[in-house]
Ligand binder design. Structure first.
Ligand code: SF4
Length: 307
C-alpha cells in the first residue's frame, strides 16, 4: 500500500523505488526477464511515500530504479525525472535526495538543472557504464559508444562541476581482448571517476550473452578487475588528499568503535567513502547532520573533526 513501506535501513535514510522492471536490452542482464517491463510509480504516490518516510525521521531519500533515465516514459509519455525531483524537494523533513542507476542513453539533461538549482538534490549520480570499447558496448547492446559516453560525462561536469560521478564496470565479457581491456583501462585513467566499482563478468543463463562463449579465463578476469581497482584507489586517494582542510556537511550514520561514521552528499550508503570522526573528542547524534573539517585522507575514507 502506498506509503506503508517499512524502512529496513537506518532511520536517517531510506531507499525509494521509483520504478520497477526495465525495457533495455543489455545482453548480460536477466533483470528484464525476471522483473518485466519498466513500470514507473506515479509522482503523487512517491510524494505520499516520501512524506510518510519523512514523518518517521528519514532525512535522505536514495532514489532507485533499474533505469532512472526511463522514469515517466511509460505513464507520462515523457522522461519525467526532473518533475519528480521538483515534487520531492518540497517534502518537509527531507534534506538529501540522491540518484542511483541512470542509463547513459537518453539521459534527461533537465535533471542537471534541478540538481544545480535545488540544494536538496545531492550533487551525485550513479551511472553504470559497464565498458567503453565500442566493440564490447555493441555486443552488450548498450546503444552507446565511447565518443557519446565521454561527451555525456563532460556535459555532466560542465553542467554541475561539483558533481560526484559513480560508475560500475564489467571486465572479462565474452570476446574482451587485451586491446579492449587496454582501451577501458586508459579511459578509467583519463576520466578520473570519483567513485568506481569493477566486477568480473558472470555468464548467466537466460541472458542474450549466454549464447556467446565465456572465453576470458577467470584469472584474467580477476587480474583485470584488480588492476582497474588499483588505478581507482590511486585516483580516489589523490581526490581525497585535495579535500584535506575543506569543510563538509555530513550525516552521521552510526558509531563504530572509536569513531562516528558519517557521509557527505557525495557518498551513498554502503558503497561509497565514509567520514570518520573521533568519538572520544566529540559527541554526535546518529541521524543528525554535522559540519566537519577534513584532517586526514586515506584511499577511500576521510578523517575529520567537528568545526
Ligand atoms: S543492466 Fe540495467 S539497464 Fe541494462 S537491462 Fe539490466 S537492469 Fe536494464
Amino acid at each position: 500500500m502506498i506509503g506503508e513501506r517499512l524502512t529496513t535501513t537506518p532511520k536517517n535514510y531510506a531507499y525509494l523505488k521509483i520504478a520497477e522492471g526495465c525495457d533495455r536490452p543489455c545482453s548480460f542482464c536477466a533483470i528484464p526477464l525476471m522483473r518485466g517491463k519498466h513500470k514507473s510509480t506515479p509522482i503523487e504516490n512517491l510524494v505520499i511515500e516520501a512524506e510518510k518516510l519523512a514523518a518517521n525521521g528519514v532525512k535522505e531519500l536514495v532514489l532507485i530504479a533499474q533505469d532512472l533515465t526511463y522514469y515517466g516514459l511509460d505513464i507520462y509519455k515523457k522522461r519525467n525525472l526532473a518533475e519528480l525531483l521538483e515534487a520531492l524537494v518540497k517534502v518537509e523533513g527531507i534534506e538529501w535526495i540522491r540518484l542511483h542507476y541512470a542509463f547513459p542513453t537518453g539521459f534527461p539533461m533537465d535533471v542537471l538543472d534541478v540538481m544545480k538549482r535545488e540544494p536538496k538534490i545531492c550533487n551525485y549520480i550513479d551511472i553504470p557504464l559497464q565498458h567503453i570499447s565500442d566493440k564490447i558496448l555493441k555486443s552488450m547492446r548498450r546503444g552507446t559508444t565511447q565518443v557519446k559516453t565521454t561527451k555525456l560525462l563532460k556535459d555532466f561536469r560542465a553542467a554541475v562541476p561539483e558533481m560526484t560521478i559513480r560508475t560500475t564496470l564489467i571486465v572479462g565479457y565474452p570476446g574482451e581482448t587485451e586491446e579492449d581491456y587496454q582501451t577501458l583501462k586508459a579511459w578509467v585513467e583519463a576520466m578520473r571517476f570519483e567513485r568506481l566499482g569493477c566486477f568480473t563478468y558472470s555468464h548467466e543463463e537466460n541472458t542474450h550473452a549466454f549464447n556467446l562463449e565465456d572465453d576470458v579465463p577467470e584469472e584474467v578476469k580477476m587480474a583485470r578487475a584488480n588492476e582497474i581497482m588499483e588505478i581507482q584507489s590511486q585516483i580516489s586517494w589523490e581526490l581525497n588528499q585535495a579535500k584535506i582542510g575543506e569543510t563538509f556537511k555530513v550525516v552521521i550514520d552510526r558509531k563504530e568503535g572509536e569513531y562516528f561514521v558519517g557521509r557527505t552528499e557525495f557518498d551513498s550508503p554502503d558503497v561509497d567513502n565514509e567520514v570518520l570522526i573521533n568519538a572520544s573528542k566529540t559527541y554526535l547524534k546518529t541521524g543528525e547532520f554535522a559540519t566537519v573539517k577534513v584532517t586526514e585522507a586515506a584511499d577511500f575514507d576521510l578523517y575529520a573533526e567537528v568545526v
